[in-house]
Design a protein around this ligand. Structure first.
Ligand code: G1P
Length: 292
């Protein structure tokens, strides 16, 4: 159980995808920076990591994604303007972005798939367990998704992935596990399959974009051959890791949103805005009017 006692200090956020579902906006703006009200979608992933005690966030990017680094960097001119104006609330919000975690950026030179993107972070991660957070999925609720997974990781001392029950009609959009229930909300993972046809899905438990991995996942990913969509799939790497190590899945508590497509982003934005004191009441009033 050497892993169980190890502190998880690093998280990898894959952010190298082209964002084709958001074209044409993603011609010029990385999809990870599209706003959920007034915050970039990727901010939720970094916040979740920081809340789980992660110290270093490694973002895997690609050409044209430089603005992500700007978003998390200090902006001294802006900070001094806000200071002069006495706008302390915005100043705090802007500064907080650069203080959440130590940010590192790595480029994925070619779009070879999610598994390959994670593999690009292997040197930066080294020989220690780490988290993976897909910024397309945001999970709201306390404690955060990564904190919940870490609790299970420390309990079992092995890789842990988040799962959620999904409808049969949705299953082909996800990685799916072969589960063996072992405790309340916890499963031993016996196998994984990426984006199965509904009639071939081994369960209704879909992988939800949150993972804690032992470093041996990198050896597995280095051996993965192109799978679904011709890409190096993270799910296939997990299948190989299972040959030499146990892996667990945890049914997350909290509400998840898929912000990787325009409708999902819109729904999440509306939910978040409705919960805000400064705009919730006005938005509720507006929605009532437009849907009647
Ligand atoms: C990725 C993973 C898949 C997972 C999904 C949701 O797919 O490959 O296993 O279920 O994220 O987290 P994508 O949505 O990038 O196609």
């Amino acid at each position: 159980m050497k892993n169980a006692a190890m502190k998880v200090k690093k998280a990898v956020i894959p952010a190298a995808g082209l964002g084709t579902r958001f074209l044409p906006i993603t011609k010029a703006v990385p999809k990870e920076l599209l706003p959920l009200v007034d915050r970039a979608a990727i901010q939720y992933a970094v916040q979740e990591a920081a809340a789980a005690g992660i110290e270093q966030v490694i973002v895997v990017t690609s050409r044209g994604k430089e603005a992500i680094a700007d978003y998390f960097d200090r902006h001294l001119e802006l900070e001094s303007i806000l200071t002069v104006k006495g706008d302390s609330q915005r100043l705090l919000e802007v500064r907080r972005l650069s203080e959440m975690a130590q940010m590192t950026y790595i480029r994925q030179p070619e779009q070879l798939g999610l598994g390959h993107a994670v593999l690009c972070a292997s040197r930066a991660v080294g020989e220690e367990p780490f988290a993976v957070i897909l910024p397309d999925v945001i999970v709201l609720g306390e404690p955060g998704a990564t904190s919940q997974l870490l609790e299970v990781f420390h309990r079992y001392g092995a890789s842990v992935i988040a799962v959620e029950e999904v409808l049969a009609s949705e299953i082909q959009n996800y990685g799916v596990i072969v589960p063996q229930p072992i405790a309340e909300g916890v499963y031993r993972v016996l196998g994984t399959v990426e984006k199965p046809a509904p009639e071939e899905a081994p369960s209704n438990l879909a992988i939800l974009g949150r993972y804690i991995f032992t470093p041996e996942i990198f050896d597995a990913l280095a051996r993965v051959k192109p799978g679904a969509k011709g890409e190096i799939q993270l799910t296939d790497g997990m299948g190989l890791l299972l040959e030499s190590q146990p892996m667990y899945a945890f049914r997350l508590h909290g509400v998840s949103y898929d912000v990787g497509n325009p409708l999902g982003l819109l729904k999440a934005s509306i939910e978040l805005a409705l919960a805000r004191e400064d705009m919730g009441p006005a938005l509720r009033e507006f929605l009532r009017r437009v849907v009647s």
